[in-house]
Write a protein that binds this ligand. Structure first.
Ligand SMILES: C[S@@+](CC[C@H](N)C(=O)[O-])C[C@H]1O[C@@H](n2cnc3c(N)ncnc32)[C@H](O)[C@@H]1O
Length: 252
């Protein structure tokens, strides 16, 4: 992809786009992935420590599916979900209240590039299908490293491009031609579901993204392909000193 074709990731534009599709976001997510998104989230949450559920920061939390799943599976004592799209969070909040989780899940409006939590204050971070939208991904990963306590785990889900011959062609046809048409028809938003394949094509390869994570403070970063590489699960452990003494627990 040439520089000209790189998708515009200005925060205001991305937040407006997600606000516009928020009413149909969950429906389209489950439909367009044929229900696989639930499995991908389940797999990601299961990599979190069940023995010592602490404070989980869910970055790009959207409609709070990761936050609620982490609570349901006993992987988080408390969750702080951060997202800059108010309409996505509003839908998430309704789900949190309906699930009786309002005391354990706080949803906060904020940017992944400047997280509203103290340094080394959270035990784990999840980010599902969010990092591809962030304008400066490496800065955001450094910001996540700041928020995590040493030894804390980062779990990221992001789309990839499957490399299996035959299947790849079929998938790319679906992803680039059929999915944007269905997305446009159901959400009524012209650009959001064309932006999806464009942003996935522009995202670094799994190898390159692992290198970025290593530079950002996760030296053991690894990538596991899910569903033949349609999605990658990235896992890393925060090492070292955060350089910020006197950390407070969670939201600041
Ligand atoms: C594809 S949705 C994923 C939502 C949710 N994590 C899920 O698994 O369904 C991406 C979300 O990331 C949010 N987002 C994108 N860039 C962001 C940023 N820089 N800071 C905060 N939120 C961001 C969007 O508003 C949107 O809600």
């Amino acid at each position: 992809m040439s520089r000209q074709e790189l998708p515009d990731k200005q925060p205001d534009r991305i937040a407006r786009m997600f606000d516009a599709i928020a009413p149909r976001y969950d429906l389209l997510n489950h439909t367009l992935s044929l229900g696989l998104d639930r499995r991908w989230r389940l797999r990601a949450i299961r990599t979190l420590d069940a023995a010592a559920p602490g404070v989980l920061l869910d970055v790009c939390s959207g409609t709070a599916d990761m936050a609620l799943l982490a609570r349901r599976l006993g992987r988080a004592g408390r969750v702080v979900g951060v997202d800059f799209a108010a309409a996505m969070l509003a839908r998430g909040l309704r789900k949190v209240v309906a699930a009786g989780e309002a005391a354990a899940v706080a949803l906060v409006r904020g940017d992944a590039a400047s997280l509203p939590v103290a340094s080394a204050s959270v035990d784990a971070v999840t980010m599902a299908f969010g990092i591809r939208n962030v304008e400066r991904a490496e800065d955001a990963c450094r910001e996540v490293a700041r928020a995590l306590r040493p030894g804390g785990r980062l779990v990221i889900l992001e789309f990839g491009v499957p490399k299996v011959p035959g299947i790849s062609r079929l998938y790319l046809w679906y992803f680039k031609y059929l999915l944007p048409r269905i997305g446009r028809g159901v959400s009524g938003h012209d650009a959001a579901y064309s932006y999806l394949p464009a942003s996935v094509s522009a995202f670094p390869s799994p190898e390159a993204f692992c290198s970025l994570l290593r530079r950002a403070g996760f030296p053991d970063a690894s990538a596991v392909p899910l569903s033949l590489g349609i999605v990658y699960l990235y896992v890393g452990t925060r090492v070292g000193d955060t350089g910020d003494a006197g950390a407070e627990p969670a939201a600041r």
